[in-house]
Design a protein around this ligand. Structure first.
Ligand SMILES: *Cc1c(COP(=O)(O)O)cnc(C)c1O
Length: 357
């Protein structure tokens, strides 16, 4: 165990009304911080008050975007434990993103220890209503004060925490999605597989235009042929076609979602045939015309499962399952939520107990 220094706030805050949390607007009293310097490695792990910090205007992250992040969740279970879902898998992906962005590898065991120590300290900030959680945002930024392009020699790592509300305040709401045929998000050989701000910067213009046209998200296609489905803005995508579950295979330009992995593993346990392969939009629309496109849903940490009610491509719109949440999407959501809130016992070792209150 590494010794983590702690500096606490003089006046701790408290959790706002759980029905008004929204997403990402509130932050807890403390954060975890650690520094990196070439020759010295990662050092000085500490828990500090959540507050502003200083950075030179020349700090490299501000100019060239050398940064990575993660997004995971802690839950308050029905029997009042604080748990984190699949911690090690998220931290492993954090290091994979680091590798892609030339950011020095972090000690995943230390990060896990630091996260749990921080969560114990902030346990009163974890909301308990079904659908609410404490969103965990680890991130790393390049801090060299230098306006030339290179990989930085200094970095700062943070873990900040944000209590978030139920994604579906009034039950599931199937979303309407535009299949994007003009812009692309990432390409083979690029950095699409990393959780890094640049991928979001690349997605904003398409997202804004889709919103103006009345869609809630875009579905990205492969950048080379604009033919094969990749993923949604912050979610991976699944199609239930004639009883089988199909999702695009990981090809280097798609993010390897932990929720995607969870959905695949659970579905297989339930005896559903799951294939990870290339799937073209043509094939989807044809399956719909044959009446075989049964359900479409996105998977991601924020919503777990997000049913898709409509898909629009080059002016053609198809409606999926009468714009209603399908039974399989619902069953998946209920099962994962059951694990996360402790209503169901966890046979997979995915639910990590941090503390019992
Ligand atoms: C985070 C993210 C996802 C979903 O991954 P989860 O681990 O399931 O939250 C999907 N696509 C992109 C681009 C993402 O950044």
């Amino acid at each position: 165990m590494t010794d983590i220094k702690v500096k606490t706030v003089s006046k701790p805050g408290s959790l706002p009304d759980e029905s008004r949390l929204g997403f990402g607007a509130y932050f807890t009293d403390h954060m975890f911080v650690m520094d990196y310097e070439t020759g010295k490695g990662w050092h000085d792990p500490r828990i500090e008050p959540y507050e502003e910090f200083s950075l030179f205007p020349a700090a490299m992250v501000l100019h060239y975007g050398q940064a990575i992040f993660e997004g995971m969740k802690a839950f308050r279970t029905v029997d009042n434990r604080i748990v984190v879902f699949r911690t090690k898998d998220y931290l492993q992906r954090f290091n994979r993103s680091a590798e892609i962005l030339c950011i020095p590898r972090m000690d995943a065991d230390l990060l896990e220890q630091a996260l749990y120590q921080l969560l114990k300290q902030e346990a009163h900030w974890v909301p308990g209503r079904l659908g609410t959680s404490l969103y965990i945002r680890p991130f790393v930024i390049a801090t060299d004060p230098y306006v030339g392009v290179k990989s930085s020699d200094t970095f700062k790592l943070f873990i900040i925490l944000s209590p978030v509300g139920a994604y579906y305040a009034s039950g599931f709401n199937p979303v309407s999605i535009k299949v994007e045929d003009k812009y692309v998000r990432a390409i083979h050989g690029g950095i699409g597989e990393a959780k890094t701000p640049a991928n979001y910067a690349a997605s904003l213009r398409a997202q804004v235009e889709a919103k103006e046209e009345g869609y809630s998200q875009v579905l990205w296609l492969d950048a080379a042929e604009r033919k094969y489905v990749e993923e949604v803005g912050t979610m991976n995508i699944f199609f239930k076609i004639n009883g089988e579950l199909v999702t695009p295979k990981l090809n280097g330009s798609i993010l390897s979602g932990i929720t995607r992995r969870t959905v695949i593993e659970i579905s297989r346990e339930w005896g559903v045939n799951v294939t990870e392969r290339q799937i073209s939009v043509d094939e989807l629309f044809e399956a719909h015309d044959r009446g075989q496109l049964e359900e479409v849903f996105g998977s991601g940490t924020a919503a777990v499962i997000s049913p898709v009610g409509e898909l629009s491509w080059k002016g053609r719109k198809i409606v999926i399952n009468n714009n209603q949440t399908g039974p399989f999407s619902q069953k998946l959501f209920d099962y994962v939520a059951g694990l996360q809130y402790g209503n169901l016992s966890d046979p997979h070792g995915w639910v990590n107990e941090v503390t019992k209150l």
